[in-house]
Design a protein around this ligand. Structure first.
Ligand code: SF4
Ligand code: ZN
Length: 737
């Protein structure tokens, strides 16, 4: 804020206070001092003055006190001195002007009792446009909407847009967000209200477009309304100005749009509104006032283009969009989460080994994306024949003032249950191994891929209000696009995984739980430590920690490790206590570092399942994307069916791909050196890491000693090969016993 601005606005304060004093003096010359003044039908006197100072104005004489108070608020004129222009004096000048405007309006109503119609709607037939201050009946009916959330707040618009069409566009944007639009003042002889009427828009309280009055002083009715709401519904006492202003700042999402040239009188009004935490956004080049913590963000923002006015205002004020309706043709909710789409119901599918299906959530800049936009690139389900499969890339971009890249994995993991919430749609897996199955009934009811975007947009807003401001979703179904997204996503996944690379379980006293999967596997509790990422691969220790920060009552809770009961197998008292409770008594204990002895529970999301191979004195693991047979005698799907229900199954364990090369991977059973078989694709995917980890464990060529399906798919087939290679597992202590 430059010195000049402060002077200009403070000057505006002087000007407005003098105006009010002049009018009051004249009125006192014309009328008796005990002449009644007031806004009619209200128990709140002149509400701004009453709410902030406790002064009850009932007569002309009563106006003298608040008038003098306003004069006293004006900061001293110290021309040419350096120490003036801080926010404090400016805010005081603003407040002085607001009091003066309320006094000016009271005097206007004394001279012209019929100037305002004081009804819900303007009486256009009688040529009356301005409704004036709301009475207590309107306050009760409308104010409650600010409290129950059906109206998040209001946009106070002063001046006029360049054209009626522009006025209409801005106002309709606000209506869509359920905001009230409070209008006052004119610019070059016209006002937003007159422009709206010209553009055929209905105005009045019932369309939430309120024509308060023609002058800047009428803007005080908006503040009076807000303060009365704080007293009526917030239980704040008159005179408790701190509470009133705080209530407004925290609870009423309001801001000012100044359309047209801002003179000193508008300037000081804008400064006044900053006291309420209401910022001003202007379409002209006025000097900006930057954050000091009073408004949520900036105080005054200049040069806002008209088509950005709504979005910018909402952003600057920190308004969280409330998406209450999820506009899809199918039922939606947790009730449908566990529902399956079986073969006979299936219309089409994406992923699941038939095609590639990948999910990626990335942070975006505010101006990069459009909130609520859903783009489908390529074929949609309507263009498919029954039984067909499509590749699918779900790419979600999220922008938010409080959003961090650390939150990306958490949001991405929600895609699983949110898509499952849609009736007739099933989602399995995560990351680049997702699988979406769409039922015939869903397609009959009109489901298209676009609705996945609609759901994600709405739920991300609902469930993550604090961190989400904008969500844009792109769904790719062309193989080329999906492959490109997959490549990019894999690089992202790697970066996320590596964030815990340098950490060890000994480094921390706190692990995290994950119970996100209990809707499918009710007794399942993942415990996530730095060296044991969630078995779905989507959550590591860092992610759980961030998730707990965003949502302290959510599915990721800190677990104090407590006393170590078995350092070799990885068992802690604190963990046992936690999982006993979190599994509602179904699981009493488990080991982090063993698959042979009481391993961790497994749900159906696991990226891989390890199984013991006793004849080879080792273990194998198989990833979800490998559909062939394995030396355990079972395919991945069979293994998942046997032990994916949330039980602890000795001899088997679900784990993430990344976990295979983490330091504690089944270290109680001998660690990675026990690994005798893996599918070729998985082995190749992890090649560098296996080589590195093997070398750390003293077997630099471990990678070359692990068999895959090209060697064999039974224990008998691979054993001679392992012997020939000298696999370290063969000379380890017996795996069972
Ligand atoms: Fe959480 Fe485990 Fe489910 Fe992953 S598999 S979402 S870590 S409960
Ligand atoms: Zn799961």
């Amino acid at each position: 804020m430059s010195k000049l601005v402060a002077f200009a606005a403070i000057q505006g304060g002087y000007k407005v206070v003098s105006q009010a004093e002049g009018k009051l003096r004249k009125a006192l010359e014309t009328y008796n001092a005990d002449t009644k003044v007031g806004f009619g039908n209200t128990a709140y006197y002149l509400p701004v003055i009453y709410s902030l100072t406790g002064m009850k104005v009932e007569t002309l004489e009563d106006l003298q006190k608040p008038m003098a108070f306003a004069r006293k608020l004006l900061p001293p004129h110290i021309k040419g001195k350096n120490h003036l222009p801080y926010l404090g004096p400016l805010l005081d000048a603003g407040m002085a002007a607001i009091f003066s405007y309320e006094i000016i309006e009271a005097i206007r109503m004394l001279y012209e009792p019929d100037f305002y119609i004081l009804q819900e709607d303007p009486d256009l037939d009688a040529g009356k446009l301005w409704v004036g201050p709301a009475d207590d009946i309107i306050l009760r009916k409308r104010g409650v909407e600010f409290v129950d959330g059906s109206a998040p707040g209001f946009a106070a618009m002063v001046g006029a847009a360049p054209t009626p069409e522009i006025a209409k566009m801005i106002v309709e944007d606000y209506q869509k967000k359920n905001l009230y639009i409070f209008c006052a003042a004119n610019h070059n002889g016209t006002s937003v209200i007159e422009q709206l009427i010209k553009a055929g828009v209905q105005v009045g309280w019932n369309t939430r477009i309120v024509p308060f009055g023609p002058d800047i002083s009428s803007a005080v009715f908006a503040l009076g309304f807000a303060n009365r709401a704080a007293m009526a519904f917030g239980g704040v006492k008159p005179g408790d100005f701190k509470k009133i202003l705080h209530y407004n700042k925290d609870r009423v999402f309001a801001f000012v749009n100044a359309l047209g040239d801002i003179g000193t009188e508008w300037g000081v009004a804008a400064a006044g509104c900053v006291n309420w935490g209401f910022p001003t956004l202007a379409d002209t080049d006025i000097p900006e006032i930057l954050p000091t913590g009073i408004c949520t963000y900036e105080h005054v923002v200049a040069n806002v283009p008209h088509n950005d006015m709504c979005q910018r205002s909402v952003e600057v004020r920190g308004l969280k969009v409330n998406v209450t309706q999820i506009d899809i043709p199918l039922s939606f909710g947790p009730a449908f989460e566990g529902e399956r789409v079986r073969g006979s119901d299936l219309f089409c599918q994406m992923g699941g080994g038939k095609t590639q299906c990948t999910e990626l959530v990335k942070q975006a800049q505010m101006n990069e994306i459009e909130d609520g936009k859903v783009i489908v690139v390529g074929k949609d389900v309507g263009e498919l024949k029954e039984g067909e499969a499509l590749p699918l890339g779900i790419y979600v971009q999220i922008a938010g003032r409080e959003f961090q890249t650390d939150f990306e994995p958490i949001m991405e993991r929600q895609i699983h249950h949110l898509i499952n919430y849609i009736q007739g749609i099933m989602h399995i897996g995560q990351r680049d191994i997702s699988w979406v199955r769409i039922s015939k009934q869903a397609v009959e009811k009109g489901f298209t891929l676009k609705h996945i975007g609609v759901v994600l947009h709405a739920k991300f807003h609902q469930d993550f209000k604090k961190i989400v401001d904008k969500v844009q979703v792109t769904l790719y179904t062309n193989k080329k696009d999906v492959d490109e997204l997959t490549k990019r996503a894999r690089a992202e996944y790697r970066m996320r995984d590596e964030r815990v690379d340098k950490m060890t379980d000994e480094d921390v006293e706190t692990y995290y739980s994950c119970t996100l999967c209990q809707s499918f596997a009710p007794s399942h509790v993942c415990s996530v430590s730095p060296e044991r990422t969630g078995l779905c691969g989507a959550y590591n220790w860092m992610d759980c920690k961030a998730s707990f920060e965003i949502n302290p009552t959510g599915p990721n809770q800190p677990i104090q490790k407590g006393e170590c009961l078995n350092p070799k197998l990885g068992q802690w008292k604190g963990v046992n206590d936690f999982i006993f409770k979190a599994s509602r008594g179904a699981v009493t204990h488990y080991n982090f570092y063993s698959m042979v002895h009481d391993p961790m529970t497994t749900c159906g999301c696991c990226e891989c399942i390890a199984a013991m191979l006793p004849a080879c004195n080792g273990v194998m693991t198989v990833n979800r994307d490998y559909t062939g047979d394995t030396p355990s005698g079972m395919k991945f799907t069979t293994l998942a069916g046997v032990m994916g229900g949330g039980a602890s199954s000795p001899g088997f364990v679900g784990h993430s791909k990344y976990n295979i090369t983490q330091g504690k991977f089944i270290i109680g059973d001998g660690g990675l050196l026990r690994m005798v078989w893996m599918p070729k694709i998985l082995k190749e995917e992890l090649k560098d890491r296996i080589m590195k980890r093997g070398a750390e464990m003293g077997v630099p060529d471990l990678y070359d000693k692990i068999a895959d399906e090209t060697v064999g798919i039974t224990e008998e087939e691979i054993l001679p090969w392992l012997q020939e290679k000298g696999h370290p597992a063969l000379s380890m202590e017996p795996i069972v016993g």
